[in-house]
Ligand binder design. Structure first.
Ligand SMILES: *Cc1c(COP(=O)(O)O)cnc(C)c1O
Length: 371
């Protein structure tokens, strides 16, 4: 429809800008938010319009808004990193833009033009560049989302949408001293079914995971390992991360069969491991193979992958009332190597041979806004 969507920039008033968390404060995840947000609206008659980068605040949805009832709601998660020499880079921006479009299509929503998405993320990051932390493992986490906004409770696919993005300085979730976590294998609830929403990044996948998450937490486990819905036998994801297993010299992860979220960190890990000459497979991995591997010692590392932590080591799995330690609960060396390489690429400290980082520090704000 429209080719260019320009973004109006209404900066927050200087006296209203928030103060940064004091140096040394653990930033955690989703605890602090920057000064601005970006929003745009879609309607059939106007296409994507009213894009504005403005003071972070409320969205003012009416109670009859479609998304509040029927959950047409998708999101993304990506990070901007500060490096040496003024480097500011967004990691795998293209993939995030594409996945956001794919998620929109799956949920019968209006895809956002990918060029606009990328300009929007760059403009928000540059407007709030003072919020990009520079400590080890720290980054500015960008959280774009889209919801249906038709002001009616009628049950049909919506045709009005709101796009919005906020930014949050986030801390290191992985550290070299980090203890691997204990995971409960969930054999009752399931995450996704074939033909369902498993491969879309949508709120629904989270809403129905919380019951199992809470049960696991109450039993002292950090997260759940999801099994497939048909047979309750094959590993799918861990919590809201993709999962990897190192069996001997084979690095294995569940294949993308429609029930698995195509993680961008998953893809980065696969690409690096292949580049390092490792034997890598995307295949079905049964819980029996996992338990046998843990008992025999053939399974030496298990880790989750996701933008928030990059990699998250698993030291123990509980299944049907029994605990199984992975390599005595110690964190493996491949997990650490992957973390180090990916974070070095993100900061511009290692060669970006796959073109994963979009440098934005040299971009002109005016051009980003104008489109
Ligand atoms: C976002 C997400 C992941 C991880 O994807 P990344 O692109 O690596 O951050 C994995 N599983 C689910 C369900 C997710 O929503």
């Amino acid at each position: 429809m429209q080719s260019k969507i320009s973004i109006e920039f209404v900066p927050q008033r200087p006296e209203k800008c928030r103060s940064l968390p004091p140096k040394g404060t653990p930033l955690g995840f989703g605890r602090y938010f920057s000064d601005h947000m970006l929003r745009a609206a879609f309607s059939e008659s106007q296409g994507w319009h009213s894009a504005v980068l403005e003071a972070s605040g409320s969205l003012g949805l009416v109670p009859q808004s479609h998304c509040l009832h029927y959950g047409q709601s998708i999101f993304e998660g990506l990070k901007a990193y500060r490096g040496n020499d003024g480097h500011i880079g967004i990691f795998r921006l293209d993939q995030s833009a594409r996945r956001f479009s794919n998620s929109a299509r799956r949920l019968a929503m209006e895809p956002l033009p990918e060029d606009f998405y990328k300009r929007a993320m760059a403009a928000l990051t540059l407007a709030d560049r003072r919020w990009i932390p520079d400590g080890e493992g720290e980054a500015l986490y960008l959280r774009p989302l889209m919801v249906s906004t038709d002001p009616c409770v009628c049950v049909r696919p919506a045709d009005e949408f709101l796009f919005c993005a906020v930014a949050s300085p986030s801390g290191a979730l992985f550290s070299e001293s980090l203890e691997p976590v204990a995971i409960l294998v969930e054999d009752e609830d399931v995450r996704a079914v074939r033909g369902g929403l498993g491969e879309a990044k949508t709120s629904a996948n989270y809403a129905h995971s919380f019951r199992a998450h809470r049960r696991a937490e109450q039993l002292g486990y950090a997260q759940v390992l999801w099994l497939d819905a048909a047979e309750h036998r094959f590993a799918e994801e861990v919590g809201t991360m993709n999962i990897f297993f190192l069996f001997g010299d084979e690095l294995a992860t569940p294949d993308l069969d429609g029930t698995i979220l195509p993680g961008i960190t998953r893809d980065s890990v696969l690409t690096l491991a292949r580049d390092w000459g490792m034997k890598v497979s995307e295949r079905r991995i049964s819980i029996d193979e996992i338990i046998d591997g843990a008992l025999s010692g053939r399974l030496t590392e298990v880790f989750g992958t996701g933008t928030a932590a990059i990699v998250s080591p698993v030291g123990k799995l509980a299944y049907k009332g029994r605990d199984y330690a992975i390599s005595g609960g110690r964190r493996g060396s491949l997990t650490l190597e992957l973390y180090k390489r990916i974070s070095a690429i993100q900061r511009g400290e290692a060669e970006d041979k796959f073109g994963w980082v979009t440098r934005i520090d040299q971009l002109s704000m005016e051009e980003l806004l104008r489109g």
